[in-house]
Design a protein around this ligand. Sequence first.
Ligand code: ATP
Ligand code: MG
Ligand code: MG
Length: 380
Amino acid sequence: QPVLGILGGGQLARMLALAAAPLGVNTLVVDSAADACAGQVAPLRLADWTDYATLEKFAAEVDVVTFDFENVPAETAHWLAERVQVFPDPRALAVAQDRLAEKTLFRECGLETPAFHAVDTREDLDRALASIGAPAILKTRRLGYDGKGQFRIKQLADADAAWAALGAQATAHGLILEAFVPFERELSVLAVRARNGDFRIWPLTQNWHTDGVLSLSLAPAPKVNALQQRAEELARILAERLGYVGVFALELFVKDGQLLGNEMAPRVHNSGHWTIEGAIASQFENHVRAVLGLPLGDTSARGFSVMFNWIGELPDAAPVLRATDGHWHDYGKQSRPGRKVGHATVCAQDAATLAARIGDVARALTREEQAMPAVRLLAD
Ligand code: ATP
Ligand code: MG
Ligand code: MG
């Protein structure tokens, strides 16, 4: 049986391992965190990402390496790639690790982005603000996730506060100032490219964030019309440009009906969790198939799906378990404010039935507010 090595042992690794098993693929996970939730599947503890002694053992035991975590240091990924096949290629990882490189590549591929400027010094910040104006967002170029490492500048006078919050990280990670986009909606496209170049995307997903963290996803995103085809073209250009193998996500804003690129995740993505029950082949299954050189599965949706993200702590599972076509995912992680500890997906054949189902679940959990945006769109 082939062994798939996974760098990073969070819930994404866990769901990859669960999808790999029926394909006859074993998994070996490495992480440096003592409480990595995929440790329940197959643990190999690293002291840190430069623990080459353990990585040597890991490389010897696996056939292909992939990522649950995009911030594996580029040197570690390159070191592994000299010993074993690594997908996606560490070069793609390097681009996605740096918001400046990522947005520059988007533009080269024909995907517009919010206006942006690199910021390395306080003077750069003033210059960038003068050019972009307020509102804007200052972000670390590297290592940010779930809205961490970001400061929202509402007016020009917030520059001092922004620098106080993030200036110390300018030297180590670099910063980027982006125009704040008053978008109409937020979408993501999940895409997969096989080793032989086969390329597919799932139907566009609409997403809602709370405090910078994904809260709710609805798929297929209603009324996207020509955006589905446009997103597919752009994702394909990007994937081919990077020689990408595996699943990736492109986070998009829709402004004046046009797509703007926010960021890419070089891995399976939270906004694609609905594909486990809501698509013929899930993002996890297709990622495993892609990196092992197997044929890709069908990315069509079975009907409509809504995914609730559980942040900080899990609510009562019973209302989801009682719902028709309701599915519960407990990552087995300890509760902690802001931490993703689980999700639930509710599916239905048609939009009206799904609106009713998630309305019932949300009421029982007193999460009406979380569900509201999707209920409204589905009922429309
Ligand atoms: P993730 O967990 O998705 O990796 P992240 O920390 O990398 O998150 P972003 O995706 O850059 O952060 O931002 C989080 C959310 O904040 C976005 O999904 C969007 O809702 C909002 N946001 C980020 N940048 C902008 C922008 N330039 N204009 C408007 N909203 C933005
Ligand atoms: Mg991100
Ligand atoms: Mg994001």
